[in-house]
Design a protein around this ligand. Structure first.
Ligand code: GDP
Ligand code: MG
Length: 324
């Protein structure tokens, strides 16, 4: 029952890496267009790099949901470089932009590593509002860690919606990962406690727990998440717990408010930013980085199992700035 797939060969991983960059670039194209108005127009178009250009760029950064803080930081840095005559053409502009953007995103590039020297399981608790992508991310993460050679069990902690359990079971079947679940309306903390026992008994490395995104009130939701924390602590208070907040990039600045809300209520260790494909508001990643400093563990660029990737700030900035 607790079998897991073999890790992929390095060549196959390399192919996935390359196609991921293409996918990342394609996924970020709407955000890129929203910032640069079509690369041809702003980056190697006819405009001169002057105050009016920076005003235009500033507006675009705000529209792409970078937020006031990150936008100001970027525009100020460009102003300084222009004053020092460091930017005379678009390639130099792009380079400076890349450096400034990298400086904002580098500090939150902290990939999630799973310690191997502890009695498991390592617990990943996925939280976030309805529709953010928690259940999908649970399935994608299961596959990600199985490919790394870890054993995984999934816990259907969203007992609020019956469909959530079925959705997670489907991901479990697809990835050959066991799913611990109970009936709709069951106590979420009890489901996760069950899953912990099962994982411990079967020597499983990682427990990925889905949770509900909506209960009757926001207080109910936070109380339930706190109760889950208590259940995990009761099982074994030395367990490593990674509290992940799943955020939908398409919600733009709203994602920032959610990050603050969840972080204040339960403490967030890492963020998974989903749906970077198909949104022009991907710039919110800069606001999240600058205003919360919470590590961005993974990004989602599609609905398929391999559309989740470890966050790499350099690749992200390159994909965003690369013009055709
Ligand atoms: N395009 C795209 N869709 C996604 C991504 N992540 C999740 N989704 C879709 O978003 C919808 C809601 O996801 P779900 O996992 O059910 O959200 P939950 O309510 O937080 O569990 C589903 O249709 C997913 O397929 C992503 O990175 N890109
Ligand atoms: Mg769900």
């Amino acid at each position: 029952m607790f079998g897991f797939k073999k890790p992929k060969a390095p060549e196959q991983q390399a192919v996935e890496q390359t196609s991921f960059f293409g996918k990342l670039k394609a996924g970020l194209s709407k955000t890129q267009t929203s910032i640069f108005g079509g690369a041809a127009d702003l980056l190697h178009g006819k405009k001169t790099i002057d105050a009016a250009f920076l005003d235009d760029l500033e507006e675009r950064l705000l529209v792409a949901d970078l937020g006031i803080h990150a936008t100001t930081e970027i525009i100020d840095a460009l102003h300084t470089s222009i004053k020092r005559n460091e930017i005379s053409d678009y390639d130099q502009l792009r380079q400076t932009l890349g450096t400034v953007m990298g400086n904002i995103l580098d500090p939150v590039q902290k990939p999630l590593t799973i310690p191997v020297d502890k009695p498991g399981p390592f617990v990943i608790l996925l939280t976030g509002v309805n529709g953010a992508g928690k259940t999908t991310t649970a399935g994608k993460l299961a596959s990600h860690f199985i490919n790394q050679g870890h054993s995984v069990v999934l816990a259907a902690g969203d007992t609020f919606r019956a469909a959530a359990v079925e959705q997670l079971q489907a991901w479990g079947e697809r990835n050959n990962v066991p799913v611990v679940s109970q009936h709709k309306g069951a106590d979420s903390a009890a489901v996760i406690f069950d899953a912990l026992q099962s994982a411990r008994a079967n020597n499983i490395d990682i427990l990925i727990a889905d949770t509900a995104g909506r209960l009757h009130t926001q207080d109910n939701l936070m109380d339930e998440l706190k109760k889950i924390h208590r259940a995990i602590g009761k099982f074994d208070d030395t367990l490593m717990l990674e509290n992940i907040l799943v955020l939908d990039a398409a919600t733009g600045q709203n994602a920032l408010s959610q990050a603050r809300l969840f972080n204040d209520a339960i403490g967030i260790d890492g963020i998974v930013l989903t749906k970077l494909d198909g949104t022009a508001k991907g710039g919110v990643i800069f606001a999240l980085a600058l205003d919360t400093g919470i590590p961005i563990r993974f990004i989602g660029v599609g609905e398929q199992v391999d559309d989740l990737h470890t966050f790499d700030s350099t690749a992200f900035v390159e994909a965003l700035l690369e013009y055709q």
